[in-house]
Design a protein around this ligand. Structure first.
Ligand code: SF4
Ligand code: SF4
Length: 405
């Protein structure tokens, strides 16, 4: 018989590294006003932040607790943002790396729950998985929609093209018509720097980040293995991803599974082009801009400097920082499938907090580098008494450099 706790058992080491100190549920310093945005947005019961989730994981492993339907709230109420890992005092003495990997623990909790009791997992998550089975992506977008963003751009197709750079739009951008312009702008900016990227169009696979985060570990593993084969066959030496979730997945799980190409998110790629003088920003953008670090790009990939370097290179722009920034930043509210949890109301509350802190810092515009952050922040910005514009870094670079069709 399959072990119902097989995923949790694989992370016993990290579960037992927790000292139950509760620091991850606290308010802290000026730079870290609080650790867990979810705890802050709820009545604050222990199961909403890391310590409580780990106590539950331990209880299950030791047989002191049984799986019940209540477990779903502890497992799915988490943005996998990793701030608790960053602030946790349990670190490896030699490397200073965190010993408690909450993201891994919560993903394992979800994986065991989904495998053993899928009926306890909210319908919204199961719909994302059903859509993946039918359409190969969680958003239920048919292949024909997923190549619409590039219509008329005459981009070379991999694997036929034999290009160095493969632009990976990601299924969130490709499936959301409102974001198609973003991908087109990215192509125009790359072309302004003399790069004509290849794409996979309707054959571009879903990276499996969403499936992995919501607990479908086996499905995600199968997708990664198949996609690595397809991407290796594409023959490009560098994959440039437009989505922070895709970039993190491609640089992590795909690399481990044998992906040969280098992986770069579009923002550090643009930062390098600006530094080399291959992109020259000319048009001024005279606004105060706050950069929101997407968790996938910041805490999970360590990319903090390049987005700020890109923004500082744009004439007229003034960059403002919130008090909690860089590794201490607070999630936009959409990570880890949270837009499905309680119909997304907590996600929006958390996004509103983020926008309010940007406004307090003097920002007129909030900029990010991930479609998930943008969608959630924008939805929250629409209902503010004083709306705030939410954009992606690509929009600003595109407006500043000379681009052709
Ligand atoms: S996860 Fe870290 S900060 Fe939270 S209770 Fe455990 S040891 Fe303390
Ligand atoms: S990963 Fe983020 S949302 Fe989840 S428990 Fe840690 S701080 Fe809270």
């Amino acid at each position: 018989m399959t072990d119902p706790l097989q995923s949790l058992r694989r992370c016993a080491d990290t579960i037992y590294s927790c000292r139950s100190c509760g620091m991850c549920g606290n308010k802290m310093t000026a730079k870290v006003p609080y650790v867990c945005p979810l705890r802050e947005a709820t009545p604050g019961f222990d199961h909403f932040y890391a310590r409580g989730k780990i106590v539950i994981a331990r209880g299950l492993l030791e047989g002191a607790l049984e799986m019940t339907s209540d477990l779903a709230e502890a497992a799915y109420g988490c943005m996998l943002c990793g701030n608790c890992m960053t602030q946790c005092g349990a670190t490896d003495r030699a490397t200073a790396e965190p010993l408690v990997d909450t993201v891994r623990i919560v993903e394992a909790l979800r994986a065991d729950l989904l495998r053993v009791h899928p009926e306890w997992v909210a319908e919204g998550y199961r719909s994302l998985l059903a859509a993946t089975r039918q359409y190969d992506n969680p958003w239920g977008a048919p292949r024909s929609l997923r190549e619409k963003w590039c219509k008329g751009l005459d981009l070379p197709r991999a694997p036929q093209a034999g290009c160095d750079v493969l632009l990976f739009a990601g299924c969130t951008i490709a499936s959301t018509p409102a974001l198609h312009e973003r991908a087109r702008k990215a192509v125009q900016v790359l072309r302004a720097a003399g790069i004509n990227p290849a794409i996979m169009g309707r054959d571009e696979p879903c990276c499996a980040s969403v499936q992995r985060r919501i607990g479908a570990a086996d499905m995600a593993g199968d997708m990664v293995r198949a996609n690595v084969e397809q991407l290796n066959a594409a023959g490009c030496s560098e994959i440039v991803a437009l989505c922070a979730g895709c970039a993190n997945m491609l640089a992590g799980d795909y690399r481990t599974a044998g992906l040969k190409a280098r992986v770069c998110h579009i923002v550090p790629f643009l930062a390098a082009l600006l530094e080399q003088g291959r992109l020259v920003p000319r048009n001024a953008y005279p606004h105060a801009v706050c950069y929101h670090d997407p968790c996938h790009l910041g805490r999970h990939m360590g990319i903090y400097d390049q987005p700020r370097a890109v923004l500082r290179a744009l004439p007229g722009l003034s960059l403002v920082e919130r008090t909690a920034t860089r590794q201490n930043t607070l999630c936009c509210g959409a990570g880890g499938g949270m837009r499905v949890f309680e119909s997304g109301t907590l996600s929006l509350d958390i996004a509103r907090e983020g926008l309010a802190s940007a406004r307090k810092a003097g920002a007129e515009v909030m900029v990010s580098a991930c479609p998930f952050c943008e969608i959630n922040l924008d939805a929250a910005a629409q209902v503010l008494a004083e709306p705030m514009q939410v954009l992606d870094i690509i929009d600003l670079v595109h407006a500043s450099v000379e681009v052709r069709g």
